[in-house]
Design a protein around this ligand. Structure first.
Ligand SMILES: NC(=O)c1ccc[n+]([C@@H]2O[C@H](COP(=O)([O-])OP(=O)(O)OC[C@H]3O[C@@H](n4cnc5c(N)ncnc54)[C@H](OP(=O)(O)O)[C@@H]3O)[C@@H](O)[C@H]2O)c1
Length: 291
């Protein structure tokens, strides 16, 4: 059987790992794993490297799981953020369209200004306020401009096998009796496993375009922290604070959206994929050993 070859960029990240687990049981696919530090090195910011690699491998699809995700750090590091989050996807889009490959690119709720009175659909106006959001939006635009067959999936509050909020809470709980967490920012925790399942479903279709892809339901960071601690059997208390209070304690943090609830409207309209409720996805994450 001819396997469908997929180039995975950023394979060492949370989503890269989840994608590998998701496709491990599907004999129809062969994944080529790449990252800046991996056996197969591919720096997505380097146009020559990207074009020649994609030409050589002639993949069925490219999954862009690579990104610069350190939101606070990139406020002082705009050029690198623009290279990884915008020029990287541009390079992949150009290479994919030249070789006829499909492209899945992942974006974020940070493309929105973060104030809304309703769950945000793909048709709501964007307006990023952070460097991360601006560079991710530029990445989306480049994909639209240069790729022919693409799926852009905007996700939010992602956790998996890597650095994320849930693991940070568990780590802090090892030596704190109480954690201080903001409760006036709302959104939906989304497991990398659920996102990888959505990618698996979409890649088999011609259902192209822009999608919101987050777990169902919504919450705030403080309640999410409580659920994580409860699932881990910890008694650690969570002190709910406002963003204003938190920022006074941590002045270097980037502006974060208050409102990040995404409506998976396009997935629903097109029968693309139905994400699990965030409580169920979190329970599965613990069953899987935080992977
Ligand atoms: N994490 C979230 O909460 C969240 C929320 C919304 C959307 N997203 C989006 O979801 C996607 C997956 O995020 P994630 O949490 O899995 O990210 P992650 O864990 O930070 O992984 C990103 C991977 O990309 C690699 N990378 C960085 N620069 C690269 C380059 N120039 N070329 C190739 N690889 C490079 C990183 O390597 P190093 O670690 O060595 O730099 C890392 O292995 C991203 O598009 C992100 O923007 C994430």
């Amino acid at each position: 059987m001819n396997k469908k070859r997929v180039i995975v960029t950023g394979c060492n990240g949370q989503l890269g790992r989840a994608v590998n687990r998701e496709f491990a049981s599907d004999d129809g696919y062969e994944l080529i794993n790449t990252d800046v530090t991996a056996d197969i090195k591919l720096d997505i910011t380097d146009i020559d490297q990207v074009i020649s690699f994609v030409r050589e491998k002639k993949p069925y699809a490219v999954f862009n799981c690579a990104a610069y995700t350190a939101v606070d750090k990139q406020e002082q590091d705009r050029d690198l953020a623009m290279k990884i989050n915008a020029i990287g996807p541009r390079n992949l889009a150009a290479a994919a369209s030249e070789t006829g490959a499909k492209l899945i690119h992942i974006s974020t709720d940070y493309v929105f200004p973060g104030v809304s009175d309703h769950p945000l659909t793909e048709f709501d106006p964007v307006g990023p306020v952070s460097v991360y959001g601006k560079t991710k939006l530029a990445g989306e635009d480049f994909v639209r401009q240069f790729a022919e067959r693409f799926y852009i999936i905007r996700t939010a509050w992602l956790y998996g096998d890597g650095h994320n909020f849930a693991r940070t809470m568990l780590k802090l709980a090892e030596n704190h009796d109480e954690l201080t967490v903001v409760s006036d920012q709302v959104g939906t925790p989304t497991s990398a496993k659920e996102l990888a399942r959505c990618m698996h479903k979409l890649i088999e279709t011609d259902n192209y375009g822009l999608f919101h892809g987050t777990c169902e339901g919504d919450t705030n960071w403080a309640v999410f922290a409580e659920e994580v601690l409860k699932a881990a059997g910890k008694n650690t208390k969570v002190r709910h604070v406002t963003t204003e209070e938190y920022t006074a304690m941590n002045p270097s943090s980037a502006p974060r959206p208050f409102y990040s609830i995404l409506d998976n409207y396009m997935l629903r309209l097109t029968g693309g994929y139905t994400f699990a409720d965030w409580h169920d996805a979190l329970a599965e994450y613990f069953r899987d050993g935080l992977k």
